[in-house]
Design a protein around this ligand. Structure first.
Ligand SMILES: [Mg+2]
Length: 380
């Protein structure tokens, strides 16, 4: 596209045009108060975007705040209405350009992400194809890891969750949160990891996520203990993901893989992170980075630099796209989101033997909102 040309693809003559954009917001309480190393919460907010054309409707969502809704209703609707639903990357670019004065990272990119996934679902439905067929498959089943283990959990709750993952769901990888209270409880962190290793047994990979709670040298000291005493192989956000030099230092000194990328809101973020040597396995989140369109670009950045990618949270959405990239490592089966997706949508895949297998029969992603079940949680 040359400078000055119109990013927004107009509908083809005789073809369907995007005719409707609707946004709704749902806020669902968690089962109990939850926290990681640097944040506490008691509810999860899902912003739903539905886009219509040619008698079909595509559905996408992000996990963010109700602040996304005015962005969808104003800037993004203007970019989408009248556009050709076959040209999703072009519409994505129009939406990104429309958000220039809002600032792309954060809520604007979350809103774009929800709209982009809705547009891909719409395109696939218009073509009568499953999304996994539209994207193409390298993987027939998507490897998962169980993720939760909040710092607010009692040992009994942590044990129950671990036993559910490794038993009923067949997970061979599990992840818990550490870095409690901004890294001020390292002894309890290590006790909880020891519990995790005891419950999971020697054959399950144990992952940890500090959500940026530690200082650099603290993360190195803890990283050595995690590997030596508990065979931890994945240390996510040992320090803030904004601290690329610190991530590089930790990565150079510990044996576990350093994983970061969940706060990537555009392609340049991932490129800078990889160029800084800050990451062993790149993470990207379709509900933040700009939807399926930009998740595929993040995967390409990783692959071109010899790295694998892991899908961050929102397992039902990632399950549709992750199988199309050869350098996929796995998806995060995050407790809050897997609970919400099964609660609010029909058709989402459930894990068996530690993998997700998207249903190859319905058009699009095949998910439909359970209107009656979702209704009580609607806030906007
Ligand atoms: Mg994380």
């Amino acid at each position: 596209m040359t400078a000055g040309t119109r990013a927004r693809p107009l509908a083809r003559r005789g073809g369907p045009a995007v005719s409707g954009v609707h946004c709704r917001v749902y806020k669902v309480p968690t089962e109990q108060p939850e926290a990681d190393g640097t944040l506490a919460w008691s509810a999860t907010t899902l912003v739903l975007v539905q886009v219509s054309a040619g008698g079909m409707t595509g559905t996408g969502w992000t996990y963010a705040s109700a602040g996304c809704a005015p962005v969808v209703d104003n800037e993004l609707s203007t970019a989408m209405i009248g556009a050709d639903p076959m040209d999703v990357p072009g519409i994505n670019e129009s939406m990104v350009r429309a958000c220039r004065n809002l600032g792309r990272p954060g809520l604007a990119s979350c809103a774009v992400s929800a709209a982009d996934t809705a547009l891909w679902d719409l395109k696939a439905r218009l073509l009568g194809q499953p999304l996994t067929a539209l994207f193409g498959r390298c993987w027939k089943q998507i490897p998962l890891y169980g993720s939760g283990g909040f710092t607010t959990y009692s040992d009994a709750t942590t044990r129950r969750q671990l036993e559910w993952w490794t038993g009923e769901l067949g997970m061979t990888r599990v992840k818990i949160k550490i870095g409690e209270s901004w890294g001020s409880e390292p002894a309890r962190d290590l006790e909880r990891v020891a519990l995790t290793r005891r419950v999971a047994g020697p054959d399950v990979e144990v992952f940890v996520d500090a959500n940026g709670a530690y200082t650099t040298k603290q993360a190195v000291r803890i990283g050595h203990k995690l590997a030596l005493e508990h065979q931890v192989s994945w240390f996510e956000e040992p320090v803030s993901s904004d601290n690329l030099a610190g991530l590089r230092e930790v990565r150079d000194q510990i044996t576990a893989d350093v994983a970061v990328g969940e706060y990537g809101y555009d392609e340049s973020y991932f490129a800078k992170m990889v160029a800084a040597g800050a990451v062993d396995c790149l993470q990207a989140d379709v509900t933040r980075c700009g939807g399926y369109t930009c998740w595929l670009r993040a995967a390409a950045v990783a692959g071109a630099n010899g790295l694998e990618i892991s899908g961050h949270c929102a397992p039902a959405l990632h399950a549709q796209v992750a199988g199309t990239v050869p350098n996929l490592r796995h998806l995060e089966y995050f407790y809050d989101h897997s609970r919400l997706e099964a609660m609010l949508f029909d058709g989402v895949p459930l894990p068996t033997k530690g993998v997700l297998v998207p249903d190859p029969s319905p058009a699009g992603h095949g998910y439909s909102l359970k209107e009656a079940d979702a209704g009580p949680f609607r806030i906007a």
